[in-house]
Design a protein around this ligand. Structure first.
Ligand code: FNR
Length: 186
């Protein structure tokens, strides 16, 4: 199976990218997993660009299309998710009728140094992924707050509650992705 992770941060020491990298621990053996941690390389979407889709956007769209499931982890900036994630979603939603997020299994998670762990960012993301008609998991909700306490120095997620929730999220997305595959074949 193929999975991708979209990070809303392109900061070298991003908590959200770190969180996404941890998920490989719970994916089925033999899965492919690619984390996009430089979504700033994808040009801002404009309709006329669809005539010749720039390579980074085309690569993103192809990866999402081929993925059985997508994880999105975005920082919360000013009570919402970050612009690179919106731009990535916009690219993946077009051209009309060729959106690659349509009915795609998607799981949300996030990390922040503060108390709320991206609660508001994820809430906004759910609203936007309604427009793309994606299959967004309702549960578990994974808000890794006070991030500095949840990872060890090597970047491994070690906080037991966060580990349990992240593992459950991965297992549920894998389950939904497997069922989607079966229904696509049937
Ligand atoms: C933030 N941060 C932040 N945190 C939060 O919990 N709620 C918020 O609304 C905001 N707003 C905000 C705006 C801007 C412009 C910046 C730069 C930062 C703090 C943010 O959670 C923190 O910088 C994280 O470390 C960013 O995530 P990464 O880069 O570590 O993944």
């Amino acid at each position: 199976m193929r999975f991708i992770g979209l990070s809303g941060s392109f900061r070298a020491k991003s908590w959200n990218t770190m969180l996404l990298r941890n998920l490989v621990r719970w994916l089925p053996e033999g899965s492919e997993y690619l984390v996009f941690d430089r979504l700033d390389a994808v040009p801002f979407y404009a309709e006329e660009l669809e005539a010749a889709i720039p390579e980074p956007a085309a690569r993103l769209r192809a990866a999402v299309k081929e993925a059985d499931g997508v994880f999105i982890a975005s920082p919360e900036y000013n009570h919402s998710y970050t612009p690179v994630i919106k731009n990535a979603i916009d690219w993946c939603s077009r051209p009309v009728g060729q959106g690659v997020l349509l009915e795609k299994p998607v799981a949300l998670l996030g990390a922040a140094p503060g108390l709320f762990g991206t609660v508001r960012a994820q809430s906004h993301l759910r609203q936007v992924l309604h427009a793309t008609n994606s299959r967004v998991l309702a549960r578990p909700e994974v808000f890794v707050n006070e991030a500095a306490r949840r990872f060890d120095d090597a970047g491994q997620l070690v906080d037991p509650t966060s580990v349990a929730l992240a593992q459950e999220l991965v297992e549920r997305l894998v389950d939904v992705a497997q069922r989607s595959r079966v229904s696509a074949v049937a």
